[in-house]
Design a protein. Sequence first.
Length: 384
Amino acid sequence: MQKIKVMTIFGTRPEAIKMSPVILELFKHSEVIETFVTVTAQHREMLDQVLRLFKIQPDFDLNIMTQGQTLFDITSRALGGLHGVFERVNPNIVFVHGDTTTTFVGALAAFYNQIAVAHVEAGLRTGNKYSPFPEEMNRKLTGALTDLHFAPTDTAKNNLLNEGVAQNKIFVTGNTVIDALYQTVSADYKFSDELLNKIDYEHKRIILVTTHRRENLGEPLRQVYRALKKLLEDFADVEIIFPVHKNPRVREIVNSELGNIERVHLIEPLDYEPFANLMSRAHLILTDSGGIQEEAPALGKPVLVLRDTTERPEAVIAETVKLVGTELEKVYGAAKVLLTDSAEYKKMATAKNPYGDGRAAKRIVQTLLWKYNLSAEKPESFNS
Ligand code: UD1
Ligand code: UDP
């Protein structure tokens, strides 16, 4: 039997975390699917951390990252690299994930070669072209080129329907990040980093912080970091763990505002396994990340989102996530409520799972097999 050739294309840490469960599931069907893993390496170290964890060896590595890269750098280097890859392998279908520049360029390159596109984590929208930037348009442009839309939730599906996407091209699967999370968090996990083992998680209240969004660079991040300093002054039992994103523009501001401050641990980005387990021990999470907004509700951890918009409204509705923006007083005020009002804290700290049940990758690959007449079993939907 002729196998179908599937190529996954991704480049950054979150895409790798969320695409890994799909790749591992594709590998399970090697009798009918030939899988090719292509990485642009838009991220280098942060991508490699994930590839090591899930033991995935890329077939093609474009190694495009440069320090302080612009959107033009990423776009042109990835597009050129993918041209070469498609000259060597001509897949039947390309899988891209989410909303990065690699995602969009992967879909565009596939389109130029008239190769079908599957989009994992399809249909997320804020409705604001510049927020998040450039992710909102990356998602929309990718969606326009997509043949199979794997929407994580009904909300995402409805966004696509409202844009005129045909119902029979959309499949609600849950988010693969929950598959990855379930494989990674365990109650008896021991960190290999002594600093993280030594922290007194019972008597200190740990605030876990991550920031990286392009639209927050500059004054918005400064305001957030000043709010953190104010929280430290007012709450003696608060300690901050902050794995700092590798972007030099983020690091410069973090170091100037939070360098050498007692009870602030500025550390390198953590591997996914320690990071997920750290989330499960934190008291509160402050972040502008997309993925963390999906993971923390499953772990019962309140999240204050350092953004003005979110394409992930499900957890806001479930009341485990609050959108607080980046103004000093708003960030400080929202965190203070959770540090002083135990009823408010409890309300946000109840585990909810609007994003998935750990079976998203199975549904995605089952849909692929069904679409290509390799299985008669109709894929089931995730009920979000
Ligand atoms: C990118 C994505 C963003 C995603 C985020 C996840 C785009 C435009 N942005 O943003 O959607 O939410 O990844 O983290 O697609 N760097 C390193 N080593 C690494 C990774 C990054 O040194 O392993 C540094 C490099 O100097 C690089 C810079 O960080 O130039 C920025 O990386 P880039 O991918 O352009 O932007 P992110 O903010 O990471
Ligand atoms: N993450 C990680 N190590 C860290 C910080 C985050 O492994 O030090 C994980 C996190 O659990 C989530 C993903 O990285 O799955 C989110 O990536 P990021 O915030 O960079 O991107 P976004 O989700 O905003 O696109």
